[in-house]
Write a protein that binds this ligand. Structure first.
Ligand code: ITT
Ligand code: NA
Length: 181
């Protein structure tokens, strides 16, 4: 069993489809305000390592919108909780360039060392929210190569192309290679 520290059960469910030996430890922890998800993950891994026994992983993700200079980016959680999807759509009214990137950085704490695995998903911001699956920004994000939003896909379909799906598959082969799962 490998621990994932998160309070977001949707993340856990997506990752568990790829790594079945995953166990969710629901815990909120302070996240520093930094310029990149990688910095946030490094800080959080060190912070949690002092409070949690053994090996564990964390996931920090963000939505980067081109025409908004990569906003909300590292502020994605705060922005979702304040202006939400309707606020993002409002900011993008009249904007033709709707390109966006979803990014996940999974931090792995293994035998006292930190490792990071990145997954990117290119796509665009829909004109209106669609679908009821998933969570967070899923109703407004359309991955490249599809017309549906993530919220119109099953977890398996989302995982095939998503930022988190890509990152967790890297983690899975890393842990397998060294015999940890
Ligand atoms: P943790 O407990 O793991 O920190 P969180 O929900 O705070 O969970 P993040 O800080 O990584 O997660 O996420 C930043 C924001 O982006 C947050 O509002 C999420 O709902 C949203 N988000 C993250 N991954 C997403 C995904 O795959 N699809 C849609 N929204 C996502
Ligand atoms: Na977070």
């Amino acid at each position: 069993m490998f621990k994932i520290i998160t309070h977001n059960k949707h993340k856990f469910e997506e990752m568990q489809k790829v790594v079945p030996d995953l166990e969710m430890l629901s815990m909120e922890y302070p996240e520093i305000q930094a310029n990149s998800l990688e910095e946030v993950v490094d800080f959080s891994l060190d912070y949690l390592a002092e409070r949690i026994e053994g090996n564990f992983i964390i996931d920090d993700s963000g939505l980067f919108i081109h025409s908004l200079n990569n906003f909300p980016g590292v502020y994605s959680a705060y922005v979702f909780d304040t202006i939400g999807n309707m606020g993002i759509l409002k900011l993008m009214e009249g904007i033709e360039d709707r390109r966006a990137i979803f990014k996940t950085v999974i931090g792995v704490r293994l035998e006292g060392q930190n490792f990071k695995f990145v997954g990117l998903c290119h796509g665009h911001i829909a004109k209106e929210p669609r679908g009821t699956n998933g969570f967070g920004y899923d109703p407004i994000f359309v991955p490249e190569g599809d017309d549906r939003t993530f919220a119109e896909m099953s977890t398996e379909e989302k995982n095939k192309v998503s930022h988190r799906g890509k990152a967790i598959r890297k983690v899975s082969s890393f842990l397998h290679r060294f015999g940890f799962i």
